[in-house]
Design a protein around this ligand. Structure first.
Ligand code: SF4
Ligand code: SF4
Length: 185
């Protein structure tokens, strides 16, 4: 028979996720409407709704090491379809930060490396910078020659600019990143 000591860790984990994401994870009743509309479901293992089940069970290791949290593109389709208004993209934001803070390796480290490379260029230039993202990603994953031919073709067709576009007041974006870090987001 389960004791209070047995179920406490599971509750602690799900309560932490609810508090940090502002999402009522405990209201999920596995109708799977979120997974049905998620454009990344084809690559997610587990599906986004199954991730919520793992959170409720307190499976912290499996959740923070999951590739699913890195594959989410933040389209928020799940939140729009969920009868209980659970926006899994906000849950995934929290889980990514927790995963990085815990030093956990994602199932496929390339997804985490791409996420970090993309955000680093947005922080630096105020908007996305594809060539910079690719360069950082290659450094992080030591995959310098992979997709080289494709990259050259993109450049030849002017689809991949070597220099970044900058926005006015890019410092404001850096401040947002800094404040988010200070807030532990
Ligand atoms: S926000 Fe993420 S989990 Fe939700 S539908 Fe979009 S890709 Fe899927
Ligand atoms: S749509 Fe909402 S309630 Fe249904 S499985 Fe997804 S998160 Fe849970």
């Amino acid at each position: 028979m389960a004791t209070g000591a047995n179920i406490a860790p599971a509750l602690k984990f799900s309560e932490e996720i609810e508090a940090r994401s502002g999402q009522p994870v405990s209201l999920c009743y596995q109708c799977k409407k979120c997974a049905g509309g998620c454009p990344m479901s084809f690559a997610m293992q587990p599906y986004n709704c199954d991730l919520l089940k793992l959170i409720k069970y307190g499976e912290k290791e499996a959740v923070l090491g999951s590739n699913t949290i890195w594959l989410c593109i933040g389209c928020r389709t799940c939140g729009a379809r969920c009868p209980n208004g659970i926006d899994i993209s906000k849950v995934n934001d929290v889980l990514r930060e927790m995963s990085l803070a815990s030093g956990k390796k994602a199932g496929d480290p390339r997804t985490a490396a791409f996420h970090q490379s993309f955000l680093a260029t947005v922080e630096q230039f105020g908007r996305s910078y594809e060539a910079g993202t690719i360069g950082l990603f290659k450094l992080k994953t030591a995959s310098f020659t992979q997709d080289l031919a494709l990259g050259l073709r993109f450049m030849a067709r002017n689809k991949l600019k070597l220099l970044p576009d900058r926005i006015r007041r890019a410092g404001e974006i850096k401040r947002i990143f800094r404040k988010a870090r200070e807030a532990g987001k």
